[in-house]
Design a protein around this ligand. Structure first.
Ligand SMILES: Cc1ncc(COP(=O)(O)O)c(C=O)c1O
Length: 390
């Protein structure tokens, strides 16, 4: 901790705990204390800490080839692009290293595609989150993240989330794309109406606008489907994914419909480490784990088990729990009190959770968390919540 104080920029608020080892939904600190992790890797460790197939694939790849630039063909990247394309909408992939970069790529692609028709405006949703690089940050329609960083990138317009008439009003012949999360994650696990994505698709089609889905948090099986849009009948023009994409190894991807992807010509966009063989092998091993262990279906069952616990607690404490929002292993519990204090109290009881937007407890548990681990952690969380209003 003293090294951090001296040598690491203080742009994060850190818990006073040094984590050293993880396995599944368990994680240990340097003092040997064990914690149940309901928020593993901030949503990146979708199949738990150190998933064996991913560990094995990375170990194997490190001994073969660590990195080669994108001026060469490499087997894992081709295999992964096919695996992602065939599990989504038959698009073409661009690989990078994070969610923000994937969104940057999507915004750039949409503008290049739109330029020929004079379309450059990007419409995004209030309360959304798309990353911290400049265009992704500008797309993030939350003033608190812009403060101090102005001027932002020009050409963005914001509308309320889950509000189709508001979108209809701003789409015009200068609009290149609508960029939206199928479920707002950082925004508080906000699940829009069942017709929202289909409605956006229809509006975009009517106005010749691209639909970009930011599935950085919802993608890769988090909601019980490979991608959250697959719960609806529609397809995006561009999709971005990161976080869980490579089982905890840094990776991002933009997948675009071939006709849209075709406007990117050699040299127009790039990422030195994007699609490196280690991350690609980790991602392929993640896909294999999810499929062979039946984890998409398991994700739905996990979400419903959590929902059951929270519904019972809400019956007991109706004034405390305002709303429970669940789709697969995206879980939000909207409280009538500050949720950040709850995070600290759970940490003392060795359960790791997250709070977002002040009053929402956010859980992104692993797809292979066990029933006993769910029950144990929910009983501790329930106890902490009871005490908070006692
Ligand atoms: C929906 C969404 N998009 C983009 C990002 C940014 O991803 P990264 O931190 O990997 O740049 C996040 C991160 O939380 C996210 O939740």
């Amino acid at each position: 901790m003293s090294q951090f104080e001296h040598y690491v920029i203080a742009n994060y608020k850190r818990f006073p705990v040094c984590l050293v080892r993880g396995e599944g939904s368990w994680i240990w600190d340097a003092e040997g204390n064990r914690y149940l992790d309901l928020f593993p890797g901030w949503g990146c460790n979708l199949i738990g800490h150190c998933p064996p197939r991913v560990v094995e694939a990375v170990r194997d790849q490190v001994g073969r080839l660590i990195h080669v630039p994108n001026t060469w063909y490499m087997e894992p990247q081709g295999e992964l692009a096919e695996a992602l394309s065939t599990r989504s909408f038959g698009g073409k992939c661009f690989f990078c290293n994070s969610g923000a970069e994937a969104n940057e790529a999507a915004i750039k692609l949409a503008r290049v595609y739109g330029h020929a028709r004079g379309r450059t405006k990007i419409v995004t949703m209030e309360g959304g989150f798309h990353g911290r690089t400049y265009a992704a940050l500008t797309a993030t329609a939350q003033p608190k993240y812009h403060a101090g960083f102005e001027p932002m990138v020009p050409g963005f317009q914001y509308v309320p989330y889950n509000d189709l008439p508001a979108v209809a009003e701003v789409l015009d012949d200068k609009t290149a794309a609508v960029l939206v999360e199928p479920i707002q994650g950082e925004g508080g696990i906000n699940i829009p109406g069942a017709d929202y994505l289909a409605g956006l698709r229809q509006l975009c089609d009517r106005r010749g606008v691209l639909l970009i889905l930011d599935e950085v948090q919802t993608g890769m099986g988090r909601t019980g489907k490979w991608f959250a849009y697959q719960h609806t009948g529609i397809q995006p023009d561009i999709l971005t994914c990161a976080k869980a994409l490579a089982g905890g190894v840094a990776m991002g991807v933009m997948i675009a419909q071939p006709v849209v992807a075709s406007v990117f010509k050699p040299g127009m966009h790039a990422s030195t480490f994007g699609g490196n063989p280690i991350a690609c092998r980790a991602s392929l091993a993640t896909i294999e784990t999810i499929e062979e262990d039946g984890l998409l279906a398991r994700g739905i069952a996990i979400g419903e088990r959590f929902r059951g616990h929270f519904e019972r607690l809400r019956a007991e404490l109706p004034d405390l729990i305002r709303e429970i929002r669940v789709l697969g292993t995206m879980i939000g519990v909207d409280l009538a009190i500050d949720a950040t204090a709850i995070v600290g109290q759970c940490l003392e009881r060795r359960v790791l959770i997250n709070a977002t937007h002040g009053h929402v407890v956010r859980l992104l548990p692993a797809l292979n968390i066990e029933d006993e681990q769910i029950d144990e952690s929910c009983s501790i969380l329930a106890d902490v919540l009871r005490r908070s209003v006692a």
